[in-house]
Unconditional design. Structure first.
Length: 174
C-alpha cells in the first residue's frame, strides 16, 4: 500500500521530521510500505548590502572564493550611491530532507531569484539520477525519482555550487 506525504517545512522543523522518520512505523500508525514524499522547495538568493562609510568591502572578492557567492563593489551596486556595496549567495530551502529507502521523492521547486540555474540530482555514488536541466526565475519545476540507495542524494545547481545544494538523506527501511 502506497502512502503519500506532503512535506513543506523550514530548517527548524527538519529535526522533528527526521525524528519522526526514525520512529518505527507502527508507533505512528503507518504502513511499512513505500511512501511518496512531495517536497516543496524554493531556489533563493540571500542578499545584503551596506555603505563603505559603515563597513569596508571585503578584501577578497567573494566571487573568487566560490561560484555560490556574488559581490557588487562600491559604485557597481547602486549608481546613485557610489559607496554602497552588496554580497549575496544562492541556496535551496529547505536544504535537507530525509526519506526511507524505496520511497518516491517528488520535488516541486519554485525559482525566486537568479535568472537561470542548471540543476541535477546525483545518487550517493555520484551517478546522475536526474539529468541536468535549466531552471529559470519565476517558474515552478517538478522532478521525481525513487530513492533506491542508502546514503545522500545531492540536488545541485552547477552555476552556484557549493552553496546552492540540497541533501536528500535516504535511511534504511525498518
Amino acid at each position: 500500500m502506497e502512502r503519500t506525504e506532503v512535506l513543506n517545512f523550514s530548517g527548524i522543523h527538519a529535526g522533528l521530521v527526521l525524528l519522526l522518520l526514525l520512529l518505527p512505523g507502527q508507533v505512528l500508525g503507518q504502513t511499512a510500505g513505500a511512501t511518496t514524499h512531495t517536497i516543496f522547495m524554493a531556489a533563493i538568493e540571500i542578499k545584503g548590502g551596506t555603505s563603505a562609510e559603515k563597513l569596508a568591502p571585503p578584501s577578497v572578492n567573494p566571487k573568487d572564493l566560490s561560484k555560490g557567492y556574488d559581490f557588487k563593489a562600491p559604485g557597481q551596486a547602486d549608481k546613485n550611491d557610489p559607496k554602497r556595496w552588496e554580497v549575496s549567495s544562492y541556496m535551496f530551502s529547505p536544504s535537507s530532507v530525509a526519506v526511507r529507502q524505496g520511497d518516491t521523492v517528488k520535488l516541486t521547486a519554485f525559482v525566486v531569484n537568479g535568472d537561470e540555474h542548471h540543476v541535477r540530482v546525483n545518487d550517493p555514488d555520484g551517478r546522475e539520477v536526474i539529468a541536468e536541466t535549466k531552471w529559470n526565475r519565476g517558474r515552478e519545476y517538478q522532478l521525481s525519482f525513487v530513492a533506491k540507495k542508502l546514503g545522500t542524494y545531492h540536488l545541485t545547481c552547477s552555476d552556484h555550487a557549493p552553496t546552492m545544494a540540497a541533501a536528500i538523506l535516504v535511511l534504511p527501511r525498518r
